[in-house]
Design a protein around this ligand. Structure first.
Ligand SMILES: CC(C)(COP(=O)(O)OP(=O)(O)OC[C@H]1O[C@@H](n2cnc3c(N)ncnc32)[C@H](O)[C@@H]1OP(=O)(O)O)[C@@H](O)C(=O)NCCC(=O)NCCS
Length: 198
């Protein structure tokens, strides 16, 4: 288990792009509004992540199955620069390995609430400017708030590919299992500690 660092994450609302123009991006992260956000043009380089936004996110939002949050600029609020999705998930007693259950202090519990960071992507043309980090921090901040209100002992995510796993590992996510699919986990206690350090 590699312990990454959440300390490196901060949450600015004005970003300076790393291109030569020095242009500033004034950004916001807002709930998905299917009538406003241009979901069709979004391309992050991962087909499944693109497809979810195009075909599933609006319905999942409408029926409260999952919540989707969109990264936009103040100047162009319909262009999707990135997005993430959070959804509730539950483990039953015995489904988590003993070491993880002990770390999370849920050993012996019948039902173990967690939050699934189901999707996260940044539009290709905006990658490499710190926006992925920003989006992840927003997701974790929101997860922490949800946990404080209704309980969730960890955030889990299923990285679509190895490079995504490397991204999550930078921020402390550790592999829970690799088969039948790769799942990573970050304890809520870790998020809470990073969040309270501010
Ligand atoms: C993974 C992804 C969200 C990263 O977004 P990004 O905006 O390019 O990332 P950032 O610019 O915020 O990078 C933040 C840090 O992570 C690092 N990083 C970015 N992508 C990384 C990767 N694939 N592996 C390891 N580290 C990565 C950056 O070097 C940077 O490090 P620094 O803070 O030391 O400078 C983006 O590449 C993406 O959307 N990929 C396709 C979809 C995907 O794989 N989603 C993941 C889960 S399904």
């Amino acid at each position: 288990m590699r312990s990454g660092s959440l300390q490196r994450i901060r949450f600015p609302t004005v970003l300076t792009s790393n291109d030569n123009s020095g242009a500033r991006l004034r950004i916001r992260i807002v709930p998905l509004d299917p009538s406003l956000h241009d979901r069709k043009s979004f391309q992050c380089g991962n087909d499944a992540v693109d497809r979810y936004l195009r075909t599933t996110a609006a319905q999942a939002t409408r029926y409260y199955r999952a919540a989707t949050f969109i990264l936009v600029t103040v100047d162009n609020p319909s262009e999707v620069l990135g997005y993430y999705t959070l959804a509730p998930h539950e483990y039953r007693d015995g489904e988590l390995d003993l070491a993880t259950a002990r770390t999370l202090k849920v050993h012996g519990l019948q039902r173990i609430p967690v939050l699934l960071l189901g999707q996260l992507g940044i539009a290709r043309t905006y990658q490499g400017r710190g926006l992925g980090k920003l989006l992840l921090w927003s997701a974790l901040e929101r997860a922490f708030s949800t946990a404080a209100n209704s309980g969730a002992v960890a955030v889990i995510t299923d990285p679509a590919e190895d490079s995504a796993a490397a991204f999550y590992a930078r921020y402390g996510f550790a592999t829970l299992h690799e088969a039948p699919f790769h799942r990573m986990l970050l304890p809520m206690k870790t998020i809470a500690a990073a969040y309270s350090r501010g």
